[in-house]
Design a protein around this ligand. Sequence first.
Ligand code: HEM
Length: 412
Amino acid sequence: MDSTAEFYLEPAPADLHGTEGKALRAAGPVATVALPGGVVAKAVTTRDGGALVMGDPRFSKDIRHWGAHTRGEIPADWPLLFIIEGKGLLTTDGETHRRLRLPIQRALSPRRVQALRPRIEAIADRLLADLASVPAGEETDLHNRFALPLPLEVICSLLGVPEDGTLRKELRELSAAAMNSGAGVEEVQNTVAHRFPETLMSLIEQKRARGDQDDLTMELVTAMDEGELTEAEVIGNLVVTVIGGHETTANLICHAVRGLLTYPRTLETARARLAAGEDPWPDIVEEALRWESPSRNIMFRYATEDVDVEGEVIRKGEAVLVPLSAIQRCPHAFPDPDPEIFAPDRPNASRHIAFGVGPHRCPGASLARLEAEIALHRLFETFPEPALSPEPAPRVPSLGINGYRELPVVLR
Ligand code: HEM
């Protein structure tokens, strides 16, 4: 670890909140952290500091503003480099970013998202019908059999990925491989630089051959044919949308289920609200987004000048990350009740910044909320008394994602 770093961010910390979250906040408001490979960055550890970094144009997404990178200090084979230097929405600013974002924002408009409701409900019901065949009392994996396939099918249907063939499965495997921060350089390079773009190009060719229209992939292809987007930009956008479109939502659903089953009073309150004709799911989803941010760290932004953040100066050229999972349990921002507790009735849960802030704020936020609300509603209607396995759910080894490899439950 670099001698200036106060903390080492591990891909798979033994205790994400107990050790890492507390240590980061104690080192804040701006901590110097080391990432795998010894690369050093600043971590902003307060809610308002995180919101400032994500929303302020003095912090750029363009890697050319990273001093250590332009000075040649970041090894060319640093595995995370392949993710943060790719061409696309998450690595551009200003007008270029707006141009790239427009087709995705249009496809995810509130009207088009609401129109997806019946399709999401049908997918949820089909997956739950399948789970009904699990023998009573037997453990099953809610992550891989429900929480993950639900948003994966929704995003694949938005993108017009054919249901037949192997493309849906391949896209899932590529997303998991791209998000694995414990992977070696060859694996990441092969996934991000070769296999992912090749698979997406083959999707585009298949869709052109079938004469497909009216889906997000073909909207991006049309923009490319009309000279508005380059091929690399279309592929970059598809990668972000495939990964962002299912991995995080799956984890949101699992976090909410784990919250409700770990704090049974919250499930009782939800049932009482349902009986009184109220809809409890939006509050539960907001609190799950705060309690276990589906994005663990937002990486990177680069200071384009010296900027004061919460009384500390981030120097021009420094790389900054926002550790959302630590920030959202900050006792100053979420004082009462204790931020470690899952409490859907807390007064200010919606001050969370789990979907980001500013021009890059998640365009899929309303889709993710709708999917999670439908998933929870249908799950607890079908299986009113599920129970968590006593073993803690294993987390994914990822600096970017806060989620589980599996969520073992007994459905009753
Ligand atoms: C619970 C679910 C989700 C969470 C927590 C989440 C979180 C985020 C966050 C924090 C960002 C901003 C990153 C930054 O500022 O660097 C982001 C961006 C993005 N998300 Fe999501 N997301 C979710 C679901 C989705 C869904 C369902 C989609 C697509 C259908 C999606 C597509 C995107 C895209 C395309 C961007 C890049 C936007 C840009 O750079 O302008 N996300 N997401």
